[in-house]
Design a protein around this ligand. Structure first.
Ligand code: FAD
Ligand code: 5PR
Length: 378
């Protein structure tokens, strides 16, 4: 038996854990380095669409994930609390989950597949030949090195890959809070409080609350305000401001006010290339995007899967060439998702409702596990 090929991965986020699990399941020996001392997901809720769910199916993670997830009856959009649309999204697979739950699910899948995860291990860089360097001065050699170390990627920066960062005018503070469904129902009995509801106010002031139930007990709420609005972007939140603008959400806003929270300005980063010799970068390291289409983690997970699949098919000598071909085929759909998400963030067009149709759902419908996905339909 030849010894298995070896991969070293920087970062145990959603991208790193996915590529690690996929490679291990395909016979590689895999080691993941996570800078943080603890393995856990920060943040609140997350929406996953077909593209990432197909991958999670293949990793065997879906039953665990869906045991604590929400399938909302509709994706609802409101303006000044008047319903603009209730999209059923027929034929599109999507769920909402908490980030800690998605993380725990991926961590279990990685461990069960034999991935070695080292926490408190900081990566400082990598070389195209397949060396990975650590903050403690040591280094290791691998057949494949993956930079899945987020928007501030040390692997990407050590390779000198050029990067462009664009900031949008809005940003968001996210919370995971108890649902208080009965109290919400009392305030507004006609509302379907199991729906995903995007509450927009543009006039007289730009403020928005995204309400995303993640399971029976928890709801993810995201409070959006322009970067220039000091009161709207303040943490902890200014409860009086938010309840005055969204009185029907008072019970969940009161919960959010008890937490500290962190305001994130929307940003898009574009890199010149995703691979360099035996190194590939994936996830936010390669393509951080605005959250409007809820595809940042989705694209991270689907690109992690296709990278593992293509790298496994390649002979060791061909690997750098195969990685370049992977980028050539897989990158365009992610570029388009980035463009569309940035467009929505910049124009606030989601507030009009009925946005999930046509080209916009291309990523949600993409199947990265279909071997024929790049064949041209005639
Ligand atoms: P990260 O999650 O950043 O993970 C990187 C990991 O690498 C971290 O654990 C970090 O500690 C570690 N690391 C960093 N540097 C080093 C180093 N030098 N050495 C070792 N380890 C290191 N996406 C969706 O699909 N749906 C949504 O609904 C959604 N909502 C969002 C809402 C907001 C407000 C934002 C900002 C983003 C949202 N996203 C969403 C995007 C999603 O969160 C990211 O795209 C996704 O988490 C990226 O995963 P990643 O693994 O690439 O990076
Ligand atoms: N969708 C989701 C989301 O978390 C955000 C947005 C859209 C699921 C904000 O974080 O448009 O900002 C958005």
């Amino acid at each position: 038996m030849p010894s298995p090929r070896h991969a070293e991965i920087s970062g145990a986020g959603f991208a790193g854990l996915t590529v690690a699990t996929a490679l291990a399941q395909k016979g590689w020996s895999v080691r993941v380095h996570e800078r943080s001392a603890e393995l856990r997901a920060e943040g609140a809720g997350i929406v996953l669409w077909g593209n990432s769910l197909q991958v999670l199916d293949r990793l065997g993670a879906t039953p665990d994930l869906e045991s604590r997830a929400m399938h909302s009856p509709a994706y609802e959009t409101r303006m000044n609390n008047v319903i603009r649309s209730q999209e059923k999204l027929e034929g599109i697979r999507w769920i909402s989950v908490t980030r800690p739950h998605l993380y725990a699910t991926l961590l279990t899948a990685a461990r069960e597949s034999g991935v070695e995860i080292i926490s408190g291990s900081e990566v400082t860089g990598a070389t195209p030949e397949g060396r990975i360097d650590f903050a403690d001065g040591t280094s290791a050699e691998a057949d494949l090195v993956v930079g899945a170390d987020g928007v501030g990627s040390a692997v990407r920066d050590s390779l000198g890959i050029p990067l462009k960062r664009e900031r949008s005018r809005d940003g968001i503070t996210r919370f995971l809070v108890p649902r208080h469904k009965a109290e919400l129902q009392q305030l507004e009995p006609d509302t379907e409080w199991d729906n995903y509801i995007d509450f927009w106010n543009i006039e007289p002031r730009v403020l928005r609350v995204l309400y995303v139930p993640c399971n029976d007990e928890e709801v993810y709420i995201a409070l959006m305000a322009p970067v220039s609005d000091a009161q709207g972007s303040k943490v902890p939140i200014d409860l009086a401001l938010w309840t005055e603008n969204f009185p029907h959400l008072t019970p969940v806003l009161e919960e959010a006010a008890k937490l500290h929270g962190r305001y994130y300005g929307y940003q898009t980063t574009r890199v010149d290339h995703w691979t360099e010799g035996r190194v590939a970068i994936i996830g936010d390291a390669a393509h951080a995007m605005c959250p409007a289409l809820a595809q940042g983690a989705g694209c991270s997970i689907h690109n992690a899967w296709t990278l593992a699949t293509e790298a496994t098919k390649a002979s060791n000598d061909q690997l750098p060439e195969v990685l370049r071909e992977w980028e050539r085929l897989e990158r365009p759909i992610t570029d388009r998702a980035q463009d569309r998400s940035q467009y929505y963030a910049d124009t606030r067009q989601m507030a009009q409702g009925n946005q999930f149709a046509g080209d916009v759902v291309e990523t949600a419908l993409y199947n990265p596990t279909d071997p024929h996905r790049h064949e041209v339909n005639v």
